[in-house]
Design a protein around this ligand. Sequence first.
Ligand SMILES: Nc1nc2c(ncn2[C@@H]2O[C@H](COP(=O)(O)OP(=O)(O)OP(=O)(O)O)[C@@H](O)[C@H]2O)c(=O)[nH]1
Ligand SMILES: [Mg+2]
Length: 345
Amino acid sequence: MSGEATAEALVDRVLKREPRAVARAMRAVDDRASGFSALLKALYPHTGGAYVIGVTGTPGAGKSTLVDRMIGAYRARDLSVGVVAVDPTSPFSGGAILGDRIRMQRHFLDADVFIRSLATRGHLGGLSRSAGDVIHVLDAAGFDIVIVETVGVGQDELDVTQLAHTTVVVMAPGMGDDIQAIKAGILEVAEVFAVNKADRDGADSTVRDLQQMIALGRQPRALPARHGHSAAAAATTHGGGGDEWTPPIVKTIASKGEGVDELVEAVGAHREWVVDPERGADKRMRRLSHELLTVFRETLARESERRLSSQIAESLVAIAAREDDPYSATDRLIGSLLVPEEVRP
Ligand SMILES: Nc1nc2c(ncn2[C@@H]2O[C@H](COP(=O)(O)OP(=O)(O)OP(=O)(O)O)[C@@H](O)[C@H]2O)c(=O)[nH]1
Ligand SMILES: [Mg+2]
């Protein structure tokens, strides 16, 4: 971005939800283009209106197909939808991203739908920071619903789910999901399960496996009764009242659009739980804390490296000559960061 006037104009146009401005702002924050921080500061006061849904799960489970259907379901409810597809495995716009675009293409002419994939060039602060910033752009642009699709394979991608108000974990039968999921920590982040490809054999046994795992992992708790027979049709045992959320399990056939309304209802039930002033307070604070710390760490690391660049270069020379080691060098670097130059002896 060049010049203050341009930046202000860009903010105005994002707030008016001009697609090109939204795309440009998203690119600027993802690329860390100059002025990206000022842009985010200007946009932040206009955020907080969007409901953020994370959709994650094993590769090929049908996440994009399901997101496409969810877009349709929210549009039918007259809500606008912004989608960010994060594909860490193909940072330079690989095939999967292209596939996502084609899959969601039928929404392309709808002004109330905005779909972008995140390039995530692996800069400091990583995926989570980038996704968080991009969500803010969509939020400020006034989208009612923001959906973030990630492949839940690594910690980085799972971190992204921390930014969501509701995380939907998508499984498919016969993919060895149970073992994979536990490994990847997917179960811990799930607030709603979608067992997709329910047209295939083994869907019911995947549901049963999940029910068992949920029962082992948590005390069975009740969903609000009014959702008991719809969204939570396949949900785990209901019991007691209490403050803990039990993730409902919804069977879907994304390719045919079946079960999608139930899924959207289940997300809605969790939304009611999260926005409750008391019950959802912890979750809301965790989300904010994750966001602040992510921004703080990235900025701290970037600023420190900038300020210490000449000392870092000197240390490198000393380490190469075996006169120093990375550990002692780090102690010294941090020391000089904490004691400002003016007061150093
Ligand atoms: N039989 C069946 N196939 C489905 C269903 N939903 C999606 N698929 C197919 O499964 C394949 C993968 O779907 P995607 O939506 O790309 O899955 P994804 O989880 O987004 O995949 P990645 O982003 O690559 O991890 C596609 O060929 C879909 O047409 C379903 O409910 N039943
Ligand atoms: Mg996908």
